[in-house]
Write a protein that binds this ligand. Structure first.
Ligand SMILES: [Zn+2]
Length: 355
């Protein structure tokens, strides 16, 4: 069968005839595979983590939709079913065993078309039914190839919902209609993010550094998604009219984190997703470590009355057992002003006794 292969880490792509021993599983005829930035980076030999499953070459492709051509009755799938294969396959850590390999704790997973597992850019593949997701409505067959990049957005949405529930972040009418989300990146991922978040009722502004293509503008217009071309209007100017309540980065450009933190409002929510791979190494490492390790970057200052009460309850119930009195290492009179400038050895907390 035909397959698009690359030879990591050098990259390059070629269409080859491959013969792969079929393992146990369902036979799937590939219907569509998507190409994304990751594929391009792999092809350019710019991603160090790319590795073959066997031998020296890797079949590319992690965005796919296909049709089951051979099944067995116990699999839950039948011939003709439309299916989307999952990309990441679990390793042995606890999160992987729980089916949350997206939160893998040790990196011991493989990813089809990327690391350690052949991808879907080929005529057909054999698949373990546990890693297939069925498409019920055949009318979405042609767009179902977007499932893979869109599942990333659904996870972002879940994270966003958790983050906003910290406080009554909604508007006075209980909706999100007074809130503005800035989405950095007008590629597929950026547009999917805008689409999904727009459906939550939040105002979305797509941000791009260059004028947008007409097709993109049409898409955004028809979905009532606003956009900003920062080559003609600065972000700082735009947020004066439409404050940045939340931001999602799907680019990973050099200064995007700074652009977001410079402009986001108090209590903002920022979700990082992009790692373009073409950054200065320290910036790339920071972003990669945040993104690939699912690290939550969140600001926090002060506490609410409920937190005061909780602190009191804690001390009431556990303070003695935990010898919390040892934290106070000095008691001073109000006159002992030197305590403001001097530090004792073994000092932890000094207190002034007023009575
Ligand atoms: Zn794992």
């Amino acid at each position: 069968m035909r397959a698009i292969t690359t030879v990591p880490p050098g990259g390059g792509v070629k269409l080859s005839q491959v013969n792969i021993e079929s393992k146990n599983g369902l036979k799937i005829k590939t219907y569509r595979t998507g190409i994304c930035g990751t594929d391009k980076e792999i092809a350019a030999g710019r991603l160090a983590f790319v590795r073959p499953e066997l031998g020296s070459s890797l079949i590319l492709g992690h965005e796919a939709v296909g049709i089951v051509t051979e099944s067995d009755e116990n699999s839950g799938f039948k011939e003709g079913d439309i299916v989307v294969p999952m990309v990441r396959r679990p390793g042995k850590c606890r999160m992987c065993r729980l089916g949350r390999q997206d939160f893998c704790e040790d990196g011991d997973f493989v990813e089809a078309g990327i690391r350690g597992k052949n991808g879907f850019m080929r005529d057909e593949f054999v698949e373990d039914p546990r890693f297939l997701v069925k498409v019920n409505d055949p009318s979405i067959l042609d767009i179902a190839v977007l499932t893979e990049p869109m599942k990333n957005v659904m996870k972002m949405k879940e994270i966003f919902q958790f983050m906003r529930m910290r406080i009554p972040w909604y508007c006075d009418d209980s909706t999100l209609s007074c809130k503005n989300l800035y989405v950095f990146g007008t590629g597929t991922e950026g547009l999917l993010i805008s689409t999904v978040f727009k459906s939550l009722g939040i105002n979305v502004v797509e941000v791009n550094r260059h004028p947008l293509g007409e097709n993109v503008m049409d898409y955004l217009d028809s979905n009532k998604i606003d956009y900003l071309d920062t080559s003609s209007e600065t972000l700082g100017r735009k947020v004066k009219d439409q404050p940045m309540d939340a931001a999602i980065d799907a680019v990973g450009a050099m200064d995007v984190l700074k652009e977001i933190t410079d402009n986001i409002r108090n209590n903002g929510i920022a979700i990082m997703f992009g790692t373009s791979g073409q950054l200065p190494s320290s910036t790339y490492e920071v972003l990669e470590n945040i993104v690939d390790r699912n690290v939550v970057v969140v600001g926090s200052v002060d506490g609410a009355k409920a937190h005061y009460a909780e602190a009191i309850r804690f001390m009431e119930t556990q303070g003695k057992a935990m010898q919390m009195e040892r934290i106070i290492t000095g008691k001073y009179e109000p006159e002992d002003l030197k305590i403001f400038s001097e530090k004792e050895k073994l000092e932890i907390k000094k207190v002034i006794a007023w009575s």
